[in-house]
Write a new protein. Structure first.
Length: 129
């Protein structure tokens, strides 16, 4: 996958996510220098996490903005369904404010949540962010 994947030596343990989710997550983690990523796990609300179709990438504001922009710009190849960051959601047609869920974590203030489609996208070779 190219030199961006030199960080593969420390492959994250995000659980049994779908293969295309793992590849997209690894690409984004490496390109943006992200050290902490959450994957499969139960959630109190409806979520793609239990099905292995979502990742939470823990970032600062600037990295989160760039990461969210990249994920949305390359929605097709990455198989992105929607992105949540800073209490906003975007499924490809612009950001919408979300309800206050009561905490910085629940409001996605310190991590970008990416939900993925139930089938793979295209070639990740076209992703250049």
């Amino acid at each position: 996958m190219g030199p961006q994947y030199t960080c593969r030596a420390s492959v994250p343990r995000w659980g049994p996510v779908k293969p295309w989710v793992s590849e997209a997550g690894q690409l984004l983690r490496c390109r943006f220098g992200i050290g902490s990523v959450g994957g499969v796990g139960s959630r109190p609300n409806a979520s793609d996490h239990p099905a292995g179709l979502a990742l939470d990438l823990f970032v600062n504001r600037a990295t989160g903005d760039a990461l969210a922009d990249c994920a949305l710009r390359y929605r097709g190849p990455l198989a992105v369904k929607y992105v949540i960051f800073r209490q906003r959601i975007n499924s490809g047609s612009g950001w919408r404010q979300m309800e206050d869920r009561g905490s910085p974590v629940a409001n996605h203030m310190e991590h970008v949540h990416i939900s993925f489609n139930s089938s793979p996208g295209g070639s990740l070779a076209s992703v250049s962010c």
